[in-house]
Ligand binder design. Structure first.
Ligand SMILES: Cc1cc2nc3c(=O)[nH]c(=O)nc-3n(C[C@H](O)[C@H](O)[C@H](O)COP(=O)(O)OP(=O)(O)OC[C@H]3O[C@@H](n4cnc5c(N)ncnc54)[C@H](O)[C@@H]3O)c2cc1C
Length: 397
């Protein structure tokens, strides 16, 4: 049986960060990926913070477009209230290229990366994991990192994590359209193919958080909606996405362009720190720990942050208490954790309608020059919704 110091399961952002750190610490590291190559299970793109990713993985990040504008459209009814910001440091990237690059950096640091290999079961002795059974044989190690994403079967089988329940999860559906570079530029008013748009939407009937990202020659568009909302309204996610595309006028924009990809994923609303981040010599990180924001879909930075800490913990055999403490005090992770109560409130349909109603009334008063009206709206809603709204708008940046 082959023996390693650290075995990492999953080569997404969390797994590659863990493999990189453990390899940099001089450990003999094996990272396995069930897909044909890292990123192949995450083929579409994402919006990421370039400076943060580079601070861990170094230069050379493959990206598609620099995000020049973030547009936020808040719908309560048929017409939106739109707000635009100019962000710094945000880029869109294709997950296949991005995940492959992350794992190649880990490989260059000395980790052995093997694809087409699925971790099936950890074998335990007296609370310590001794080996990992894969579909291509068994390996032993001193420590294991489970970076298996949201469908964390090994973490659940090992009794570290419970399956999520539908009333605390968001169903996400995403489509990617192949669109010519020049057409993307004119569709979204972009100067050239180096600049991109990220568009976020919040709708209340049904409650939806939507997104659109522009890549070089494709556009990703998708929605997330609380499963309890879909169940109570007896709505199928693909129908919700179709209605969303119609309502926003995007269906018309994409008419005649081919659909390159369709995917669906569940995002749990909860996770760490209300669950243990591991057990004995096994450390969980990334989506396996529930470190993804169900409103803004921000998950790659916390995956990298937690993967880095998991790699350090596995390399030096840290206790679970210290690993827990390190996770809690990491800024990327504490941001997600701190935002959970706000998300809980925003994901309640009544609250979301209240926020958007207030904002559209205030903007209408503003447009019609009724400054007293704005004053009244803001003062009467201040206690209830203003603090949450301001917090929400700030994090959308
Ligand atoms: C619709 C949608 C849009 C999103 N957009 C963004 C965005 O724009 N920006 C952003 O920051 N985040 C975004 N996210 C969140 C982001 O995708 C995740 O938070 C991030 O990918 C988590 O990284 P990870 O490494 O923990 O898991 P993953 O990226 O899911 O990687 C896990 C890897 O483990 C492999 N694996 C699983 N089980 C096994 C096993 N048993 N054996 C071997 N390999 C295994 C998988 O094949 C996969 O490659 C989005 C999520 C969704 C659903």
């Amino acid at each position: 049986m082959l023996n390693y110091d650290v075995v990492v399961v999953g080569c997404g952002p969390a797994g590659s960060a863990a493999a990189l750190r453990a390899a940099k610490a001089g450990k003999k590291v094996l990272a396995i990926e069930r897909g044909p190559e890292p990123g192949s299970k995450n083929v579409s793109g994402a919006m990421i913070r370039k400076d943060y990713v580079s601070s861990v993985f170094g230069d050379g990040l493959p990206f598609e477009r620099e995000v020049q504008r973030i547009k936020l459209s808040l719908y309560n009814g048929d017409s939106p209230v739109d707000i635009e910001f100019s962000p710094e440091n945000l880029v869109t990237t294709g997950r296949l290229k991005f995940d492959k690059w992350l794992s190649s950096v880990a490989e260059n640091a000395g980790a052995m990366v093997i694809s087409k290999t699925t971790g099936l079961e950890l074998k335990w002795e007296n609370g310590t994991a001794k080996s990992l059974v894969t579909d291509r044989g068994e390996v032993t190690a001193d420590a294991f990192v489970l970076a298996e994403g949201v469908n964390s079967l090994l973490s659940m089988k090992s009794g570290i994590k419970k399956d999520f329940t539908p009333d605390t999860a968001v169903q996400a559906v995403k489509e990617v359209y192949a669109v010519k570079k020049e057409d993307i530029n004119s569709m979204f008013n972009l100067p050239d193919e180096s600049k991109g748009l990220a568009w976020r939407f919040v709708m209340t009937d049904p409650l939806i958080a939507g997104f659109l990202y522009t890549y070089k020659d494709s556009v990703a568009v998708g929605i997330g909606s609380p499963i309890k909302e879909l169940v109570s309204r007896k709505m199928r996610p693909e129908k919700v996405l179709d209605d969303f595309l119609d309502k926003t006028g995007l269906a018309k924009k994409f008419e005649g362009y081919s659909l390159r990809e369709y995917s669906a994923k569940v995002i749990p609303e909860g996770g760490f720190p209300s669950m243990n981040p591991g057990k004995g010599n096994v450390y969980l990180c990334g989506d396996a720990l529930g470190l993804v924001d169900p409103l803004t879909f921000d998950g790659i930075s916390p995956a990298i942050a937690s993967g880095t800490l998991a790699g350090d913990a596995a390399a030096s055999g840290l206790s679970q208490d210290i690993y827990y403490y390190n996770l809690v005090k990491d800024p990327e992770i504490s941001k997600i954790v701190k935002e959970r109560p706000l998300e809980g409130r925003m994901l309640g349909t009544d609250a979301a309608s209240g926020y958007i109603n207030m904002l559209s009334s205030a903007l209408n008063s503003w447009a019609s020059g009724d400054l007293l009206g704005i004053g009244k709206i803001i003062s009467s809603n201040f206690r209830n919704v203003m603090p949450d709204l301001i917090e929400f708008m700030t994090k959308m940046r």
